[in-house]
Design a binder for this molecule. Structure first.
Ligand code: B12
Ligand code: SF4
Length: 449
């Protein structure tokens, strides 16, 4: 059997290290025809150690998973391209196997990455297409006609969401699983793919497609049990918005109960008005943490960002989640098109009325291709139509500067520990690694409430 080495390039450990879930799906689709091995850069203290592993495994193909492009932080922005370039240099020194790029970050910038890393191929979108590429390479067929496949010669990338089978293969005994179990104990799980909403700044519908594709609730619950039996202390559900389908999310919760999932879990939710008892039912199935993608508490801004809810919905969703005894976090994206002193003040005043929660404020919105915000930024001359956005660019409102936004939020927060400004560099989130080292589990932001 030919060997495929899959490397997770992500080395970011804030707010915590994230299990490379995408590679489990890639292994799932490759394993009947190839021998596979996952190496996770979070486990390696040096690139040299990775080099030794690459050399000794002697792979026929190398898949490199690129999740993060940058830390998406206006205050302390850091791009990861140069780290990935060093990684590829080390791989090339130790192997002549073709390098194939993939992952969510890669999918946003497929042409930019293949050029900057001088990789051999890329797969934009879902990695389930990996065997199709390998079969074509082995049969010496032109791969450029396969949807989503990127070559050094590609000038555009066209792909559709994957229609075939998707099956995760989880290895409880692998070195990287042990790493996450010993550091925070959080593993992750997907219950569906896609997002039907069209928020103006968001890449998720581009990465996962705009149509919801559901996994069988019983299969999701089986995977949750697998993670639990391996020793996971908490499960993060990585869906774009877990409640994008109330029916399916309730079926998953019911399947968790029937399968005996007993560890806590959480995920992203849209603050839309839920059916009666929705959060109670999820809480009964183990949900403990709700992360609302709220973004603003001013209807004018919610409309500008094309969010599928209004401020009154946020209050109702918050209230329902609180009633069910859940820990709640709201994420805000300030500084979008039309943001000004008044819209900001309206948001801050309303946030004051959300009891018992943690608030994460991002000031300045990262501009990504294939989004409505990108078109606005080009239209306003903030970016050029051919500008390479792999180095982070943030949309700036014409009516208020990001510096003034930050000052205003900081002044309003007035030292409250549950008001976090920026993407994880604040004092409060620097405490998290120490808590993990002492054996605490889960996202831990509940300690700031
Ligand atoms: C869930 C999530 C989180 C959760 C993760 C919790 C957890 N325990 O898992 C939390 C909230 C912690 C989080 C944090 C961050 N995140 Co996040 N997150 C996501 C999200 C929504 C899903 C990722 C996921 O697990 N998907 C499910 C798996 C199955 O899919 P996948 O990994 O993409 O894999 C598939 C394909 O990509 C492909 N594939 C993957 N690897 C490979 C390899 C090869 C060779 C091939 C061929 C294919 C392939 O095949 C897989 C199966 O189809 C994505 C957006 C999205 N919709 O993708 C953003 C996303 C990955 N996050 C992003 C960012 C920026 C961050 C943060 C840096 C934000 C911050 N400043 O805090 C941090 C970084 C955290 C860290 N330590 O790395 C960006 C990355 C792009 C960028 N700008 O860098 C994304 C893409 C969102 C965006 N803004 O566009 N995140
Ligand atoms: S912000 Fe959330 S709800 Fe809106 S498009 Fe993105 S994933 Fe969907």
């Amino acid at each position: 059997m030919k060997r495929v080495l899959l490397i997770s390039a992500n080395m970011m450990k804030k707010p915590y290290a994230v299990y490379p879930l995408g590679l489990d799906y890639v292994v799932g689709v490759l394993k009947s025809r190839y021998e596979t091995k996952i190496l996770d850069m979070n486990e390696f203290s040096s690139l040299e150690k990775l080099g030794q592993q690459v050399l000794s495994y002697a792979p026929d193909y190398i898949g490199l998973s690129i999740r993060n492009v940058d830390n998406t932080d206006t205050i302390n922005s850091k791009g990861f391209l140069s780290d990935y370039q060093h990684l590829v240099e080390v791989i090339r020194r130790n192997s002549q196997a073709p390098i194939i790029l993939g992952g969510s970050g890669y999918t946003v910038f497929p042409l930019e990455f293949i050029r900057a890393l001088d990789a051999d191929y890329g797969i934009a979108g879902e990695g389930e297409r990996f065997p199709v590429l390998l079969a074509a390479l082995e049969d010496k067929i032109d791969v450029s006609a396969i949807p989503g496949i990127v070559t050094k010669q590609s000038t555009s990338v066209d792909y559709k969401a994957w229609n075939g089978g998707m099956r995760r293969t989880f290895d409880p005994d692998s070195a990287h699983t042990k790493y996450y179990l010993s550091y925070g104990g959080m593993l992750n799980l997907q219950t569906k793919r896609g997002c039907p909403f069209k928020c103006s700044y968001c890449t998720y519908p581009h990465i996962e497609g705009g149509r919801l594709r559901f996994f069988e609730p019983q299969e999701v619950a089986r995977q949750a049990c697998e993670l639990q039996n391996a020793g996971a202390k908490y499960i993060f559900i990585t869906d774009s918005a877990f409640n994008a389908s109330y029916d399916h999310s309730l079926q998953v919760a019911e399947a968790f109960v029937n399968a005996g999932v007993s560890i806590p879990w959480g995920g992203f939710f849209a603050p839309t008005v839920p059916p009666d008892d929705y959060y109670q039912k999820l809480s009964g199935a183990g949900l403990t943490h709700v992360e609302f993608g709220t973004e603003s508490m001013c209807d004018k801004m919610l409309h500008s960002l094309q969010k599928p809810f209004v401020t009154s919905d946020v209050f109702r969703a918050h209230h329902k989640a609180l009633e069910a005894g859940l820990f709640i976090a709201h994420y805000f994206m300030l500084g979008g098109p039309g943001e000004n002193e008044e819209t900001l003040q309206e948001t801050l005043n309303s946030v004051d009325q959300l009891a018992k929660a943690v608030f994460f404020f991002f000031c300045g919105i990262r501009v990504y291709p294939h989004t409505a915000l990108y078109d606005t930024a080009v239209g306003e001359g903030q970016i050029g139509a051919s500008q390479n956005l792999i180095e982070p660019v943030f949309y700036r409102s014409r009516f208020i500067s990001d510096v003034d936004i930050i000052k205003k939020v900081e002044a309003h927060a007035d030292g409250r520990l549950n008001w976090l400004i920026g993407a994880g560099e604040s004092k409060a989130t620097r405490i998290l690694p120490r808590l993990y080292e002492r054996g605490h589990t889960g996202p831990l932001w509940e300690h700031l409430i």
